[in-house]
Design a binder for this molecule. Structure first.
Ligand code: ZN
Length: 565
């Protein structure tokens, strides 16, 4: 069925809620494992149908936020869906207390129960008020950041509106945009500290109430991590310091040479190439045609997937008035298809949608028949393997997208990922310290962050910017406020994606088969077990990163340097 023809009707929330509660009761009172599993599966289908209507309303609303019908329906969903959040928590509680627990485990694998257990670890009715407080503080942060109104170059702009100026080839322009951006942050640093202070306090309290020494085990449980902990994270970050930081420092020295500024300041860093960033060679119809050719040539599975996406109208790609900002990929359960939403604007981000978001969508498509849907729940470091690796499997076709900018794209793609690893690790190291030292003052926190930056990002020269020199750069990182400890995940997936990149150059058939396994088995086993099934090296094991970095360095050196300027 085409997306446009998928019927929408507002669910009867009362009746739906009552049906679900009744199914929970059936699970609780089941007299046989068949009856228990039957109720579980029916509940899963019911949730899927509710989610289908909510997703249709949301997609259609974001495509045209001016549409009065879907705008109203989307509001109705926002009001009514929160009460359904208790359902999966109830399923977990009932299953874990059920005599049929073993039957569920036999049928769906032990990991399904592990996932339920970890979800329970992060919650108790005792902390409900703390959660409300935490979410209020998060909104306060987001509102404050979104409220930025900065007069710059004759217009009032928000923080992200300054980004194009920060990449200018004119050094004075870069400096003044940088200064406008961080100047605004500096003027609000006390308010930002006060919000964070309260967040740390409420989170530490949550950790204590749930029976832990700190908030950290709760944060890990919220992320659904069942197979790695803070000690693993530490060993992993150590590898980044030893094996990635020396290479990124070399990349920054090369950048300094390329842009002709021997002593780069922090405001010079966004200018990667004097000739500008790599640009796609056409608009949506052109890029979608290239993607069609690419997915046809890559594998029968991707060919089928992309034909469904285009044939059923499951992508809304180009920016237009009234469209919501940003991009996402979502899944429509009743029709078993993904949907991709984005705002093509003529930057290399357009191509990323057709590789990265399409990687997520392809994975969702491969698991379209998996029921119950909780089998498909997986952690973020698994999710981003699917998308980030697809970006690399797409490399042989990038000429069609980037034309004369292709070599520059290859360089920036590999280099940007590498430069991200130490930053991602620094965010994790900082948060770990913060929650192990919940009594620290804002000043102590900043001093610690600056110390951490010097380990992971020693190239940063903030001279002339006391706010940043004082260690407050972290205040701009939304995850630190709103999604604690959600960050190392991206770097772990990147390390896995690099492994596919290297593998694909040697043995594309085997690499692709392994990638299909990573997609199909996601959620069935935890992250590190999935890596084993896929024949990937575990990033937590010392030496894993050191095997990767020399190959990436050699790859970048092997590119046609005359085209990278
Ligand atoms: Zn992603």
């Amino acid at each position: 069925m085409k997306f446009a023809d998928m019927p929408y009707s507002r669910p009867d929330f009362e009746a739906q809620y009552a049906r679900m509660k009744d199914l929970l009761k059936q699970m609780e009172e089941a007299q046989s494992q068949e009856a228990f599993i039957d109720a579980l599966l029916t509940l899963d289908r019911e949730s899927g149908s509710l989610q289908t209507q909510a997703t249709l309303a949301h997609i259609r609303y974001t495509i045209n936020t001016q549409d009065p019908f879907y705008s109203a329906e989307n509001d109705v969903m926002d009001e009514n869906l929160p009460r359904f959040q208790e359902i999966p928590a109830e399923v977990a509680r009932i299953t874990l207390a059920s005599p049929y627990q073993e039957a569920v485990s036999q049928r769906y694998g032990a990991h399904m129960l592990e996932k339920m257990e970890v979800a329970m670890k992060a919650f108790s009715p005792e902390i409900v008020e703390d959660l409300v407080e935490e979410s209020k503080l998060n909104s306060e942060y987001q509102k404050l950041i979104a409220s930025a109104q900065i007069e710059f170059e004759g217009e009032t702009r928000n923080l992200s509106g300054l980004l194009p100026f920060m990449q200018s080839t004119d050094r004075d322009m870069r400096q003044s945009a940088f200064s406008a951006h961080w100047g605004w942050m500096a003027r609000h640093s006390e308010a930002l500290d006060s919000i964070f202070d309260k967040l740390v306090r409420v989170r530490h309290g949550i950790g204590k109430k749930l029976g832990y020494d700190s908030f950290i085990p709760v944060a890990y449980a919220r992320m659904g991590r069942t197979d790695w902990n803070m000690e693993d994270a530490r060993a992993y970050r150590k590898q980044i310091v030893e094996s990635v930081v020396p290479l990124t420092q070399k990349l920054y020295r090369q950048q300094a040479q390329r842009i002709g500024i021997p002593e780069m300041k922090a405001y010079d860093l966004p200018l990667e190439y004097l000739s500008g960033n790599p640009l796609p060679q056409g608009e949506e119809p052109y890029l979608v045609d290239r993607a069609r050719e690419m997915y046809k040539a890559l594998s029968p599975e991707t060919d089928e997937f992309f034909s469904v996406m285009t044939g059923q109208g499951l992508m809304d790609l180009t920016t237009k008035p009234g469209k919501a900002a940003g991009g996402y990929m979502t899944f429509i359960p009743d029709y078993k298809v993904p949907f991709i939403f984005s705002n093509f604007n003529g930057t290399s981000g357009d191509v990323d949608v057709l590789t990265h978001e399409a990687g997520h969508a392809f994975q969702g498509y491969l698991q379209r028949d998996v029921f119950p849907s909780m089998l498909k729940d997986y952690t973020m470091e698994v999710a981003e393997i699917h998308s980030m690796s697809m970006e690399f499997f797409a490399h042989p076709w990038m000429e069609g997208f980037f034309g004369p900018d292709t070599e520059k794209y290859y360089h920036s793609h590999v280099a940007d990922g590498l430069k991200f690893l130490p930053y991602g690790a620094s965010v994790d190291a900082f948060q770990e310290w913060v929650y192990l030292n919940p009594e620290a003052t804002p000043k102590e926190r900043n001093l610690k962050y600056r110390e951490i930056e010097k380990v992971y990002l020693p190239h940063l020269d903030y001279s002339g910017f006391p706010y940043l020199e004082g260690g407050a750069r972290w205040q701009k990182q939304l995850h630190i406020y709103g999604l604690p400890f959600y960050y190392l995940d991206y770097t772990l997936s990147q390390v896995c994606a690099y492994q596919y990149f290297i593998w694909n150059q040697k043995d594309p058939k085997a690499a692709w088969q392994s990638y299909l396994t990573a997609c199909r088995r996601a959620g069935r086993v935890p992250f590190t077990a999935l890596l084993k099934e896929c024949g990937l090296n575990n990033p937590f094991v010392p030496g894993t990163i050191a095997q990767i970095t020399p190959r990436l360095e050699a790859y970048m050196e092997g590119l046609d340097q005359s085209k990278i300027h």
